[in-house]
Design a protein around this ligand. Structure first.
Ligand SMILES: Cc1cc2nc3c(=O)[nH]c(=O)nc-3n(C[C@H](O)[C@H](O)[C@H](O)COP(=O)(O)OP(=O)(O)OC[C@H]3O[C@@H](n4cnc5c(N)ncnc54)[C@H](O)[C@@H]3O)c2cc1C
Length: 423
């Protein structure tokens, strides 16, 4: 598949009827247990989970090297538990910073705050998380990740799946099951003819990673002072400024930096560092000094849900199955939870051998994880609506709602949904 899939035998039923058991026979290609299309964070985690179960897995990734895009930073407690299961949890804890609390303000006044309890959210740039996962997969299953290999076609033959890659179009790769972990523009999803429905939650944002507040005091040589304790607490706090002109959020990053995100009415035609610096200064009075490592970027938050998460011997995971707004930072974590569930069902289907019906292999996965994705989208849409520009009576009503949400026991419920304990 190029960015657009080249569908063949779209869907399991069609493909099965076309030639169940016909192909693969006649080819000497080794038969893998599972072929994963896409080596982003979700494909890599699924590869590691299957390898820890002793399964023969191959991960086919179109990119030659790591992606340069600035994307996820937030790793929530349930996502971290999946990373523990594949053996990279401690490396992530060591490389990341903890976000232990969140504070919501408007026009300089605090509307509410919450603590995330004993299990904080961890913050680590996605490319670093992916690098740890790639190293782990190489330990667990050397050679399983094949970079620079674009899958062009996926065909479910009823008894196995064939994958045609741009490297070798004459001899398809054969696997008992295949998984599309190929992101929002999933060619696998398109090849299966699975619908991609838009869900509520759209907004324009600009963001950049900047050195932390220049006025934060340096680490003291002597005993901690009130000022240094305040600075270290701030270094572990997510700040949500619900301003009339639109939300400004900032999150701690490793290396004494912060990720700044601002909602805008429309994308600026030209995105200079000064554009974001001016917005932050006007809305919250903070002076950012963006450096060359933190060039600003713009993104449109939108949400989509696949109509089905599986068809026959092929399943979808991660962004291929659900595009969740980055506001709330849940997409990658949701994908890891998908991967953990799918790994169990794949192992069970493979243990069942020929007796396992491909049409039932992923039934539980498809229903349960689709519901979880729909819940995450509702929460992200709510988060986005709270951060929309608001004035007058709308602003006062929203601030009153935030104050109410920040009072126990609602605050505890809110904190656990922010940390994805309900997904
Ligand atoms: C600004 C921003 C901030 C975000 N912040 C957070 C956050 O804090 N927390 C969080 O949980 N989520 C966050 N997200 C979401 C997160 O980045 C995604 O959910 C995550 O990257 C999805 O991972 P994935 O592996 O499913 O897909 P992707 O990361 O898109 O990976 C898909 C891979 O498949 C490969 N591929 C595609 N087609 C083919 C093919 N035909 N053959 C072979 N390979 C192919 C691609 O090259 C790519 O490497 C954020 C997103 C954005 C944009």
């Amino acid at each position: 598949m190029t960015d657009r899939a080249v569908p063949e035998g779209a869907g399991a039923e069609g493909a099965g009827a076309e030639g169940a058991g016909a192909a693969g026979a006649g080819t000497d290609a080794p038969r893998h247990d599972v072929a994963i299309v896409g080596g982003g964070p979700v494909g890599l985690v699924l590869g590691c989970l299957l390898a820890t179960r002793g399964l023969d897995v191959v991960v086919l990734e179109a990119r030659d090297g790591p992606s340069g895009r600035t994307r996820a930073i937030g790793i929530h407690p349930p996502g971290l538990r999946v990373l523990d299961a594949v053996g990279v949890g401690d490396a992530v804890r060591a490389a990341s910073v903890a976000i232990r609390s969140g504070v919501v303000t408007c026009e300089g006044r605090t509307l509410g705050s919450m603590r995330f309890g004993r299990e904080p959210i961890r913050s680590l740039p996605q490319r670093e998380t992916e690098a740890l996962l790639e190293r782990r997969l190489a330990q667990l299953a050397p050679g399983a990740l094949r970079r620079g290999v674009r899958v062009e076609r996926v065909v479910d033959r009823g008894t196995h799946v064939e994958l045609v890659t741009d490297g070798d179009r004459s001899d398809p790769l054969v696997a008992a099951y295949a998984v599309g972990a190929d992101g929002v523009r999933s060619g696998v999803r398109e090849a299966l003819g699975i619908g991609w429905r838009q869900r509520p939650g759209v907004g324009e944002y600009i963001m950049a990673d900047a050195p932390d507040a220049p006025d934060a005091p340096d680490a003291p040589d002597g005993p901690p002072t009130l000022a240094s304790s305040a600075a270290s607490a701030a270094a572990e706090t997510a700040l949500l400024h619900f301003e009339p002109a639109g939300v400004v959020e900032s999150f701690p990053l490793p290396g004494a930096r912060r990720r700044w995100v601002a909602r805008v009415r429309r994308r600026p035609a030209v995105l200079e560092p000064a554009t974001l610096e001016a917005i932050i200064a006007a809305r919250v009075g903070a002076s950012l000094a963006l450096d060359s490592a933190g060039a600003p970027s713009a993104f449109t938050a939108r949400q989509h849900l696949a109509e089905r998460f599986a068809a026959g011997r092929i399943a979808l995971v991660g962004d291929a199955a659900h595009e969740v707004s980055p506001i709330g930072g849940q997409g990658m974590n949701l994908g890891w939870l998908d991967a953990a569930h799918l790994a169990r069902e794949l192992a069970a289907a493979l243990a069942g051998g020929a007796a396992a019906s491909p049409h039932e292999a992923f039934d539980g996965y498809a229903v349960i994880r689709r519901r979880a994705a729909a819940r995450a989208m509702r929460q992200a849409a709510f988060n986005m609506s709270m951060g929309a520009p608001a004035t007058g009576i709308r602003l006062r009503a929203r601030n009153a709602a935030v104050r109410m949400l920040a009072v126990p026991p609602v605050r505890g419920i809110l904190a656990s949904s922010f940390t994805m304990r309900r997904l």
